[in-house]
Design a protein around this ligand. Structure first.
Ligand code: COA
Length: 331
């Protein structure tokens, strides 16, 4: 590997294929038995970026025979008082590990994040894999643990199908695809602003509720050809009391991703989380008739959401640990 590899400025079709080879080999090695995303999904993730707030910087390392060895993706988020925030995803091909590539790539990526004015860097590794030991021994500090879950639609317990019909006095369910409809948009933003930051830590910027980020999620999904479905609970006097979103992939994959689920604090304790998510599950077959399953990840400290998902039939797939590294801020 060169001492200081250059970022990939405009990935070619061959670069994307090489990137995909590293990712699919690593996934098969680190999380055997789990579905590998399609090459189209990987390409969309690398080439479609948000217009305003996030910027991607990519590195693709090749060996002496031009074989792909490692990839790194640095996602730069908007500047904050703490000096901005970035997230990294680094992968070394299983056949090339423990040779120092990961360490040198990390130095390059950290340098790039520091030069971009970032104050913190976050990364996620599957619990119990070398990535966890790698980050822990390189000054990264764990700040959140997550459980990834899966629900095959055929395994949804029968009673779940009836849950959306259980009356919740004062509330009704609604739903939309893409950005929130005009009539609800303001209320949706108010609901988002009323949500407290999750208990992941004071500068876990990537997990803080942020109306702009939620808006960008809808925008990005549309640009990638994915579909973002939202189900919301409306209160008679108080507008949007909570919402849940699911992403249907545009590449024909039969696996949906459950995104955010949140209930405004004043409306918690009324069973809205389970109600909204059960309604979402009911709507999914009509939205994508060949859909087979839905995946999600839940912070381990969110006992309520874990309980809701268990009631809906979700079962654990694997666990991950999120780490944070504080960087020297350059002024
Ligand atoms: C983590 C990863 C990037 C390391 O790449 P690498 O090229 O092997 O890294 P290096 O050779 O520089 O360092 C290897 C380090 O990983 C850790 N490591 C490797 N194998 C390990 C194992 N079986 N158990 C515990 N730690 C292990 C150690 O800290 C090791 O350092 P050492 O060799 O000095 O003991 C690579 O294993 C990988 O791609 N994992 C999957 C993706 C991931 O978890 N990325 C990290 C989060 S972004």
């Amino acid at each position: 590997m060169p001492a200081n590899p250059s970022p990939l400025t405009a990935p070619t079709a061959e670069d994307i294929r090489a990137w995909y080879r590293v990712q699919s080999a690593a996934l098969a090695h680190d999380r055997p038995g789990e579905p590998v995303p399609s090459q189209a999904a990987v390409r969309a993730g690398l080439t479609t970026t948000g217009p305003r707030r996030r910027r991607l910087v990519l590195w693709l390392l090749r060996g002496s025979g031009d074989e792909p060895v490692a990839t790194a993706l640095l996602r730069l988020h908007g500047a904050t008082a703490a000096g901005g925030h970035a997230d990294i995803q680094m992968t070394v091909h299983p056949a090339h590990r423990r040779l120092g590539t990961g360490s040198r790539l990390l130095a390059t990526v950290t340098e790039a994040a520091t030069a971009a004015g970032c104050g913190t860097l976050t990364a996620e590794a599957v619990a119990g894999t070398p990535g966890e030991g790698f980050l822990a021994t390189r000054d990264f500090v764990p700040f959140a643990r997550m459980t990834w879950q899966r629900l095959p639609l055929d395994d949804i317990p029968a009673p779940v199908g009836k849950l959306p019909d259980v009356p919740h006095p004062g509330y009704r369910l609604t739903g939309w695809e893409g950005a929130a409809p005009e009539t609800l948009a303001d209320g949706f933003l108010d609901a988002l602003r009323a949500l407290p930051a999750p208990a992941a830590g004071p500068d876990a910027a990537d997990t803080r509720w942020d109306p702009a980020a939620v808006h960008e999620t809808a925008e990005l999904a549309a640009r990638r050809g994915d579909r973002l479905l939202t189900v919301a609970a409306l209160h008679d006097d108080d507008g949007i009391a909570g919402y849940t979103t699911v992403l249907l992939p545009g590449d024909g994959t039969r696996r949906a991703q459950q995104y955010d689920t949140a209930v405004v604090p004043a409306h918690r304790g009324n069973g809205l989380g389970l109600w909204m998510k059960a309604e979402m599950l009911r709507r999914l077959p009509a939205a994508q008739p060949d859909l087979a399953e839905i995946h999600t990840r839940v912070p381990d400290d969110n006992r309520h959401l874990l309980a809701v998902n268990t009631a809906l039939g979700f079962r654990p797939l694997h666990r991950t640990v999120r780490f944070r590294l504080r960087l020297r801020v350059r002024r």
